[in-house]
Write a protein that binds this ligand. Structure first.
Ligand code: FEO
Ligand code: CA
Ligand code: CA
Ligand code: CA
Length: 654
């Protein structure tokens, strides 16, 4: 049979130049409008953001949180809460609020006295400014999207009660004072990227949760049971004895809304035991966007790590549903979950969406990726008592599948998974089912424990790009991609190559391997999304190129795995890849100062794009904010969602 050529989309916009100005730039003929900023009310009767930090902590239950990140647009019929996947004029936007810039959140910045938080309401505000926004957005009479302050809106915060679902539910390692049978927990935190399911729910992913927990210097001595095992687990996830919490919430009072941020036995052990609370974080969390009465569920079968996001593979009737995931940590792994149940298309339209989630996300096989030097790869199964994952495993004795799901990183270590350059977002090409995943950068690449390998092949100098002197690891990151064997998302083998290397355009050719020029050079790819036409959108979160440009978003029309050959990084390694500038790659947007571009969604008609601008002016102070975006003048900067449209009303990008 003659193979059909792949219909590659053609980009039509004029690329925007790099910029360090405190403005948001989109191509000529496009407009960006601010939709939803930190502190904006989502309910009637809540006062507008005052730009002076005077809002109460409790009021943030009804306001936009901080650090907008991953998001997804769920279409709505013209009225009510009926899902309509084809709707482009009305929908629910779900978005993550990953973290905080406390400088701009409070009246006079963050109050700390002798290493303690002395204004408890500041901490309440911070806990409420994390989590997820679920907001109705609708085109108004002028044809512009606005937030509707309606009954579908809700905030999910670090206080929201959640069910633990899947293998970890009820395990002794998640028993806390709050849930003495280990079936629930309070809240979600550091929600980074996201995902969605074929049955119409939102997935929000817990990334750098470990840093929010304090741990006493003598915690081990107060524990019971297999203390060595508990200590190994806590160390692998980065919760060291003596650690302070990221925001010192644990110091704000004796009440357990503060004490629960301490990993350990505090006060009277009989009544204040949160030694296991950290084990209830680090999961993919499922939320029903259409029903505010539904309790979110932490889907523990998908493993516990610094979950960046969770993206479904191509969905086929009668085949398992698969999800791809990355663990954003230097030298950590890429994962895939394959459901036990085969996809029934009738499940796309069920009213009880969380029950459908139970069917596809609570039972299945978890795999971790190994990338071989010859361009092949394999998914290694992380099932208890397979591949050595049992009590005899040398670095950590696994007790059961709950233990594997709780200590997924240790399982990946045990089976020799490939250590990657910080796995961030994944995206699935709707044209051919291939999976792309950003590896943002890795300052440890080239160290004794993380030598260069074919899938993570670069180690070079940050100033000159030299591969022979003052090596700084993989400074600018790359994007890997793979094709599952037999076009089967559930396959256990695949072919891979490297699609794109971030680089300054001025670096030598053996580091600027993608031959990037002024219109498309980038550093630290992070956000990644394929729109339904097959355009790949790449967003950056960079500290290495900000002397030259603010963070950005590019659009690409990529080819396919295997359309390049072997290329050698001088003196280091050989990888399988292709120069992507033979495809099309162009810069579409540059953000204001000191921001990250992260989070993207589009209406089904391709005419409205939502983009999140995270933490403008993040490293400034109240006295000297580095940015006044989006409100201008002398205002405080705010993380915001913008709506991008084409002035002629056409589809975006192509
Ligand atoms: Fe929250 Fe890995 O980015
Ligand atoms: Ca990210
Ligand atoms: Ca990042
Ligand atoms: Ca960020």
């Amino acid at each position: 049979p003659v193979e059909e050529p792949i219909p590659t989309p053609k980009l039509s916009f004029v690329p925007v130049p790099k910029s360090t100005a405190d403005v948001l730039t989109v191509p000529d003929g496009y407009t960006a409008q601010v939709l939803y900023s930190l502190g904006d009310p989502i309910k009637e009767g809540v006062p507008a953001w005052a730009d002076n930090g005077s809002e109460t902590g409790a009021s943030y239950v009804d306001r936009a949180g901080d650090h907008h990140d991953g998001m997804y647009f769920f279409g709505l019929a013209a009225t009510g809460a009926t899902p309509d996947p084809k709707a482009s004029d009305r929908g629910i936007l779900c978005m993550n609020h990953e973290a905080l810039t406390t400088t701009y959140l409070h009246a006079a910045g963050e109050t700390r006295v002798s290493g303690k938080r002395t204004v408890p309401d500041e901490c309440i505000k911070e806990m409420n400014a994390h989590g997820v926004s679920v907001i109705e957005v609708k085109k108004n009479a002028a044809g512009k999207f606005a937030v509707t302050k309606g009954s579908l809106n809700r905030r999910i915060t670090t206080f929201t009660e959640m069910e633990l679902s899947g293998p970890v539910r009820g395990d002794s390692q998640v028993v806390t004072k709050f849930s003495t049978n280990g079936t629930k927990t309070r809240g979600t935190v550091n929600n980074c990227a996201n995902g969605y399911t074929p049955w119409g729910t939102y997935l929000t992913c817990e990334e750098n949760w470990a840093g929010y927990f304090a741990r006493a210097a003598d915690d081990n001595s107060k524990r019971t049971g297999d203390i060595a095992k508990q200590a190994t687990s806590l160390a692998r996830y980065g919760n060291a004895q003596g650690a302070a919490g990221r925001h010192l919430w644990e110091t704000a009072g004796a009440d357990d809304q503060f004490a629960r941020w301490i990993t350990g036995v505090t006060g009277d052990a009989a009544t204040a035991d949160y030694r296991n609370v950290i084990n209830t974080f680090g999961f993919v969390v499922e939320i029903d966007p259409y029903d505010t009465t539904k309790t979110p569920k932490k889907r523990t079968a998908l493993g516990r790590f610094a979950h960046e996001g969770c993206w479904p593979g191509p969905v086929k009737a009668g085949k398992p549903v698969v999800f791809y995931m990355g663990d954003d940590n230097r030298g950590d792994y890429i994962y895939k979950f394959v459901s036990t149940a085969n996809w029934d298309p009738a499940d796309a339209n069920k009213a009880d969406r969380m029950a459908v989630g139970d069917k596809y996300m609570d039972s299945g096989k978890l795999y971790v990726a190994k990338f071989n030097a010859n361009g092949t790869g394999e998914w290694v199964e992380l099932t208890f008592d397979k591949n050595g994952l049992n009590a005899t495993s040398p670095n950590y004795p696994f007790a059961n599948q709950a233990d594997v799901c709780l200590n997924t990183r240790l399982a990946g270590d045990a089976v020799g998974a490939t250590k990657m350059d910080r796995p961030e977002w994944g995206a699935v090409n709707p044209i051919n089912g291939e999976v792309y995943l950003t590896l943002t950068n890795n300052s440890n690449r080239g160290s004794a424990s993380q030598p260069v390998n074919a899938a993570n092949p670069r180690n070079y100098d940050a100033d000159t790009g030299s591969t022979s002197s003052s090596l700084n690891g993989n400074v600018n990151g790359h994007i890997i991609r793979w094709h599952e064997d037999g076009d089967s998302p559930a396959a256990t083998t695949f072919e891979w190559d490297i699609y794109l290397f971030g680089s300054r355009s001025t670096y030598p050719a053996d580091v600027n391997l993608s031959n990037l020029g002024a219109n498309n050079d980038l550093s630290s790819p992070d956000g990644l999304w394929f729109d339904p036409r097959g355009v790949l959108w790449i967003q950056t979160d960079d500290g290495a190129y900000t002397d030259t440009t603010n963070c950005m978003m590019l659009a690409a029309a990529p080819g396919a795995v295997g359309d390049g050959g072997d290329i050698t990084v001088a003196g280091q390694t050989t990888y399988k890849g292709k120069n992507p500038t033979s495809n099309d790659l162009r810069r579409f947007l540059v953000g204001p100062k000191d921001c990250e571009i992260t989070g993207i969604a589009m209406t089904p008609d391709g005419k409205t794009m939502f983009v999140n601008i995270q933490h403008p002016g993040e490293s400034g102070s109240l006295a000297a904010p580095l940015s006044h975006w989006p409100d201008g003048g002398v205002t405080r900067p705010r993380s915001s969602t913008v709506v991008v449209t084409r002035d002629d009303g056409g589809v975006i990008g192509i």
